[in-house]
Ligand binder design. Structure first.
Ligand code: C5P
Length: 399
């Protein structure tokens, strides 16, 4: 089964149940699926499994106490609540369910659960008698009414020797349920072509002209489109990001190569997302040997590269086109002019400075199309999911 967990920020809460011995496996599987995992443990969880184990498998220090000055200085509980794309509590004990249902914030984990805006999923694990107790069942109903997703428990033999409902569902099933939170069908069956990253325009065998694009935004959009059910092809310039699984990737170096790859793949494409920071110029000549610094100054003659998105805009029929405009001044005017000039349906305008835009993890954008919508500063993965939803509905509206 395809999992949509790549680059998702998962906060795993572990509470005091014998099923906690499976929590490291959950972390390992999540990381194998590309997720970033931080762990918060209750005091009782630490009686079953050590924070050191969870730190070793997650690669991050474990969050344990609410009033720990050192931990708060590194990443405070509110920051942790904001960081998470989803909070998963596995295993969740009867006591944890009761405290959560009651709105308690008496330890780090419950505090984060109250503070976060991210979806919450819990995987209960307890003795069958405790699970079937009317108070636990009432708490379960309260949690479900609050849109907290409860997965499991399953039935079977228990650590205490009982047989019945109360076993935590297996890590594989937990991952499938978690992945379901990110999968949505807004682009089901649509063919989406994405360009990402910079291009390298060679000057000699060791030097090239390029820019600071990391490819993060393009890759995040390709993954978000895939999660939304699209059949995605990603044409990427030279980046250091891992190739997303289940997405066809074509690697190119220069603007000319990117142009050729796009023109080969654009037929039958429903949506074109031009996210690459394509080099506008290339060196007119590429020296066969390394250029040595024996001259006091040197002139480099440049010639224009093809405008990829502009060329796609001239096709008939043309796909739904979304471009990006990274500007340092007159952002909105420049972006709107670019949208019209290149025949784009939508343009995502972002200011470039040291904190946002090229190469950074976060971005803050204004979307210009039929409507103008501004999206506040957020991680590029989150932004990508929001943008894909907007693009999907604008595309549907145009059909
Ligand atoms: O003109 P400018 O480079 O600012 O336009 C940015 C938009 O155009 C982006 O969507 C970018 O991917 C696309 N572009 C392109 N081919 C170029 C230059 C830009 O597709 N040669």
């Amino acid at each position: 089964m395809a999992l949509f967990l790549a680059n998702k920020r998962i906060l795993l809460g572990v509470t005091g149940s014998i099923a906690a011995y499976k929590s490291p496996e959950i972390v390992r599987r999540l990381r194998e699926s590309g997720a970033v995992v931080r762990v918060a443990m209750t005091e009782n969880a630490q009686r079953f499994i050590t924070p050191l184990t969870m730190q070793a498998v997650s690669g991050y220090p474990v969050h344990q106490e609410l009033f720990d000055l050192q931990a708060e200085a590194a990443m405070g509980h509110i920051e942790l609540a904001r960081w998470a794309d989803v909070v998963l509590v596995a295993p969740a004990t009867a006591d944890f369910m009761a405290r959560l249902a009651n709105g308690n914030a008496d330890d780090l984990l419950t505090t984060v659960c109250l503070a976060t805006k991210a979806p919450l999923m819990i995987a209960p694990a307890m003795n069958q008698g405790m699970w079937q107790h009317v108070l636990t069942q009432e708490n379960l109903q309260i949690l479900q009414r609050k849109r907290i997703q409860v997965v499991g428990p399953s039935e079977g033999s228990q650590a205490c020797g009982d047989i019945g409902p109360g076993r935590m569902i297996e890590p594989v099933e937990i991952l499938e349920k978690l992945s379901g939170l990110f999968a949505h069908g807004g682009m089901a069956g649509l063919r989406v072509l994405v360009t990402a990253g910079p291009t390298h325009e060679a000057i000699d065998p060791v030097r090239f002209i390029s820019n600071g694009s990391s490819g993060k935004m393009g890759y995040a959009l390709a993954e978000a489109a895939h999660e939304a059910g699209a059949i995605v092809t990603l044409i990427s310039g030279p980046v250091v990001i891992r190739e997303p699984e289940q997405i066809e990737c074509v690697h190119v170096i220069t603007a000319n190569e990117m142009y050729d790859a796009v023109m080969r793949k654009i037929i039958d494409c429903d949506i074109f997302l031009a996210v690459a920071a394509v080099g506008d110029y290339r060196s007119k000549t590429i020296a066969k040997q390394k250029i040595h610094k024996d001259q006091a100054a040197m002139l480099l003659e440049l010639e224009r590269n093809p405008d990829i998105v502009g060329s796609v805009g001239k096709l008939s029929p043309k796909p739904f086109i979304v471009g990006f405009a990274a500007e340092t001044e007159n952002l909105l005017e420049q972006a709107e002019a670019k949208r019209k000039r290149k025949n784009m349906d939508m343009i995502v305008a972002n200011r470039v400075d040291t904190k946002v835009g090229m190469g950074t993890d976060d971005n803050e954008v204004m979307v210009l199309g039929e409507k103008r919508v501004s999206l506040p500063l957020m991680p590029k993965q989150k932004l990508a999911r929001e943008l894909i939803m907007m693009i999907a509905s604008a595309y549907q509206a145009k059909q």
